[in-house]
Design a protein around this ligand. Sequence first.
Ligand SMILES: Nc1ncnc2c1ncn2[C@@H]1O[C@H](COP(=O)(O)OP(=O)(O)OP(=O)(O)O)[C@@H](O)[C@H]1O
Length: 366
Amino acid sequence: MNCWKIKKLQAQNFRNLKNSIFDFSPGINCILGQNGNGKTNLLEAVFLITNKKSFRKNTDYAQMINIEGESPEIILQSVFESEEGLLPYSLRMSDALEERFFNNKPEKSKTPSTSVFINPFDSYNFHTSSTFRRQWVDSHISLGDKEYRQVLTRFQKAMKFRNSVLGFGGKNASMQLRAIDEQVSEYSAFITQRRFEFLTALNQFITPTFKAIFSEEHTLQLDLDSLFVHWDQKRIFDFYRHQENADIKAEVTQVGVHRDDFIFSFDGLNAFEFCSLGQQKMAFLSLIFAYIELFRYKFTSYPIVLIDDVSGELDSQRWKNLIQYLETKNFQVLITTANEIFGKELEKIPASKKFYMEHGTLKHHG
Ligand SMILES: Nc1ncnc2c1ncn2[C@@H]1O[C@H](COP(=O)(O)OP(=O)(O)OP(=O)(O)O)[C@@H](O)[C@H]1O
């Protein structure tokens, strides 16, 4: 896989971004400016062209189109660059249509690159919510594994149907459940196996990444907490048959991959219970950068790394550690901050490009 980096971007009618042309560096790009000036919107535009969706939850065209804009469509025009040369890539979105073009030719599925978004609140959500952890793991496996994404979608549909049968009951419920459980058990075995393999691979990178960023020796591990680890389809099917009466009584499927959890441990202790907020953030950042290393290992290419104001909870030494780590890496980073002190640290990075934003416009760059 070739490593395509974003070179230029112009957004029209996208949130509050006002047609400025951003000419990015292939290394570190610092997006600076006060609150509410469009820094996160810029990251969202890059994420949208590379990942085909927003990183914001429950967001679609209606939220993204500029509320004051006169034209009823969003246009994101970009140029990507790799050793192969330049590649113009654009996206047009309206209420009814979404079109993508490579070199002015329509393209349905491919994007030139993938990006990973790091949000300031994700660390807290990851440590406190099992639903968030499950979604995080599922979305990060799915980024590089289309089959996983498809099976997960089929599983979710089957589980929804199973729960509606449980809720509705009736005399045919048992027969219907038997048929659904053929599917549910097949998908569950697949999902569990892929999650287990993903975590085994990821765990090789988390502890070394923590050390590489923060120069401290700690052991970090993310483990799958699931009943079905190493179970085959038949065993899962038998389990659901055995579970049937209890599920009918509860009117819901009580056990399954939809309720699996992931335990993040720090020196063998639960990171949420044991670590300070700063350490939780350090652990979470290490997890993400470990994922980025795993991605490179699997696809011989780095994703574009979008980091939205992560400065909170980290002390100045930890910021410096993070900045130094980014400097040693060969990936493209877009990092934002409204924090003036952190901004000053970012401005010191010699090989980085700085973009100063005001009211959705690029005021100047350096
Ligand atoms: N559809 C839209 N049309 C016009 N403006 C929008 C739209 N959606 C959001 N905005 C505006 O975008 C601004 C927020 O931009 P953004 O989140 O990128 O700010 P930011 O620079 O990252 O701020 P912070 O430093 O506080 O995170 C808000 O002022 C909001 O009103």
